[in-house]
Design a protein around this ligand. Structure first.
Ligand SMILES: [Zn+2]
Length: 105
């Protein structure tokens, strides 16, 4: 499994190259990030990611809501009215499907 990190580019500048991480590298980064937030009093749950990104369509890919539903169940959250921060139209469309409120970058 690989996770692709897409960095936004400034207006008019060519997009920087995409960086691909292994699952182990991603999890190492995620846990360091979560630990740094925890030291500041914030809790980061997850990660909730689709491990099939480069495979055939799957149930957890957006526009599907499976990962959101799993996170809501495991974390005791209400999806209706939840704020979703994303970087794609698919993020916002998935949020709309469970009556969430989307914010895009
Ligand atoms: Zn998937």
């Amino acid at each position: 499994m690989a996770v692709r990190l897409i960095r936004p580019s400034p207006h008019g500048a060519p997009a920087p190259p995409r960086v691909v991480f292994t699952e182990a590298q991603f999890l190492q980064w995620f846990h360091r990030f979560a630990d740094s937030l925890a030291r500041r009093g914030a809790v980061l749950e997850g990660p909730y990611v689709c491990p099939h990104r480069f495979a055939a369509p799957c149930a957890c890919a957006k526009l599907g809501t499976l990962l959101y539903e799993r996170a809501a169940m495991e974390c005791g959250l209400e999806l209706k009215g939840a704020v979703v921060i994303g970087d794609s139209a698919a993020d916002m469309q998935a949020a709309h499907r469970f009556e969430g409120v989307g914010c895009s970058a």
